[in-house]
Design a protein around this ligand. Structure first.
Ligand code: MN
Length: 314
């Protein structure tokens, strides 16, 4: 299914020599894979572009990095944002300067902050949206573009295990594999962990508290994080230690940060997004996030999640 804005994005890329690709703060692999994959695609298909991908990186890839972007460069550039639902979450403090903006995303579009957009709320990953666009526009592929986009797809789908995985997810995977995505290299880079990571998972799991109804939660305090020297994304990997366990119906990871307390909630069967809404957050039915003001609020949140299980299993 073609989007009328597919061609518009091509036109905007052609019209602008300078291109900035922005992603969200504390990037995950969908954010980074989308931004890097799109950058490699544009570099492959449109000559003489200056492409910049600012902000944090999850690995030591330095491609498309640029120190000291001038205000003039930003004003003159096409600014494409990926995987970022709201302007406030952009990993960039001068978005306001941008004049030509384009949002590519797969989250619920609560904040249409860009001048133009391609937003597919049913897509598994933002990289899926970019993949279908590139395919429809018959762009030329390379290994870097396909591999980076595949990273977002395999992680945002929980290795194709999340219940909303569909033929569309596999269709996007098919396109990426046909066009050179290096499956083994991507899987090794994402899923082969070092011993320290395994020890961290054990440590985190040892902090599991489980309610009698089946709400499991782990709290990682600032103090807990100190000895590990991990990024937010690495700290968050503790969430996965609670999945795939029959007795844990809903699982919650609480991470204490300097400025806020971030909470991730997951479930196999119980819809938890309404509870996330109540705590200043939201997301999908089985995967949501929210924020707490103090660690004391956790017991309230757990009680609310308990009541979801009680109500549904009556
Ligand atoms: Mn995403």
């Amino acid at each position: 299914m073609k989007d009328t804005n597919y061609k518009l994005l091509i036109k905007k890329i052609k019209q602008n020599k300078n291109i900035i690709i922005l992603k969200h703060i504390r990037p995950d692999w969908d954010a980074q894979g989308s931004s890097m994959g799109l950058a490699y695609l544009i570099a492959e298909n449109f000559k003489n572009k200056k492409i910049v991908v600012p902000g944090d990186r999850l690995d030591d890839n330095r491609d498309f990095l640029s120190e000291n972007l001038s205000d003039e460069f930003i004003k003159s550039a096409l600014v494409i944002t990926v995987d970022t639902a709201t302007q406030a979450r952009l990993d960039f403090d001068r978005y306001e300067l941008a004049e030509e903006t384009f949002k590519i995303d797969h989250h619920v579009n609560i904040d249409p902050y860009a001048k133009n957009e391609i937003v597919k709320e049913t897509a598994m990953a933002c990289t899926e949206v970019i993949t279908l666009w590139a395919e429809a526009m018959k762009l030329k592929w390379n290994v870097n573009a396909a591999s980076n986009l595949y990273k977002g797809l395999v992680t945002d789908s929980g290795r194709f295990l999340f219940p909303n995985t569909s033929y569309k997810t596999f269709n996007a995977a098919k396109i990426l594999l046909e066009n050179g995505a290096n499956l083994k290299a991507v899987h090794d880079s994402l899923f082969v962990s070092d011993l320290k990571r395994k020890k961290y998972a054990n440590f985190a799991f040892s902090k599991l508290q489980l309610s009698k109804n089946g709400v499991g939660h782990i709290i990682i305090t600032k103090e807990d994080q100190k000895p590990w020297d991990y990024s937010y994304d690495e700290i968050k990997s503790a969430l996965g230690t609670m999945s795939g366990i029959d007795e844990i119906k809903i699982w919650v990871l609480v991470i204490e940060l300097d400025d806020e307390i971030k909470v991730s909630i997951r479930s196999r069967n119980f819809e938890i997004d309404k509870i996330a809404n109540k705590y200043n957050g939201g997301g999908h039915k089985l995967a949501s996030g929210c924020k707490l003001k103090t660690l004391k609020d956790i017991s309230k949140l757990v009680k609310d999640l308990d009541s979801v299980i009680i109500k549904e299993t009556k």
